[in-house]
Design a protein around this ligand. Sequence first.
Ligand code: TXA
Ligand code: MG
Length: 338
Amino acid sequence: MNKKTLLLGEDENSIDTAAKILRNGGLCAIPTETVYGLAANALDGKAINSIFTAKGRPRDNPLIVHISDIDSLEQLVLSIPEKAKKLAEKFWPGPLTMIMPKSDVIPEEVSAGLDTVAIRFPSHETARRIISCAGVPLAAPSANLSGSPSPTTVKHVIDDMYGKIDAIVDGGVCKVGVESTVITLATDVPRLLRPGGITVEMIENVIGKIDVDHAVTEMMNEGERAASPGMKYKHYSPEANVIIVDSKDYISFVNSKKADGVFALCFEEDSNSLSVPFITFGGENDPNAQAAELFAALRELDEKNAKTVYARCPQKDGVSLAVYNRLLRAAGFEVIKP
Ligand code: TXA
Ligand code: MG
């Protein structure tokens, strides 16, 4: 808590100020369509280092590089695979991150020693204006303290980062609400490493069959090398102990657990039938709303001092796969089927 953190808006002056901070090696939280990012100049190893310090992020977890025009891609990667070109054409700008073999301009600090780099072209207009005005690609992890839920509102960013970084740009509430889909094109068959708003089904419609890394829905084995280092860390965790309840009898099960500090994390339709306090995350048949509301709901549970949280189990396909993947990590993979 020693830096003076500027709070900026989306006006021309604010964008100029944010861009200047970034060009000069500073740290600035910026809105994107997925979650808020903690940005720094991706070509400046020293600036990148300070991202890891501010977040308390393990140094072996590489960062995503954000661009605001497709032409910037060429200098960042060794070559652009055909399938990457097709996906870019269809889904960029938007919530899709593609991993490709990296070029020499990517500092060690960004790729965390790997020979690949993750690239994303966000659709959020303010993010694009900031990147383009800064004139450099921006490395940006989610703007939360490492281990806690990703920020989807400027308040979440202020709670985690105020006093630690140079500026925060308020761009309102993030629409998608879960981080971008991450796919690697550096393997023979493209492989999904993190599900998000661009679904497996949408990707396969464009480039055919892809693999889904087992770590998307399963705990990694001890000693296993992570295809995506971020997947091995406990994530998105509120203080409370979260347990996923995979059962049609969710309501009666949770009602039977009524006690001090017990909360339900449920769909809107459930709320009338519950006799324990609850926080909702979207409607049962509205995966986009579930994704948009999940992280805020996890933070709210902490504010209410929840001790044990019984969470409704989402579907496991489409956008719901992303919701399930985040919830699994918040729960430390604890799923019960009563
Ligand atoms: O939506 C998003 O992607 C947000 C916004 C700010 O753009 N960013 C974000 O970054 O979620 P972060 O750092 O929280 O998550 C990046 C994930 C991590 O799991 C990391 O391990 C993985 O992407 N990753 C980055 N570079 C990689 C690489 N070269 N190979 C494998 N995984 C990589
Ligand atoms: Mg993150």
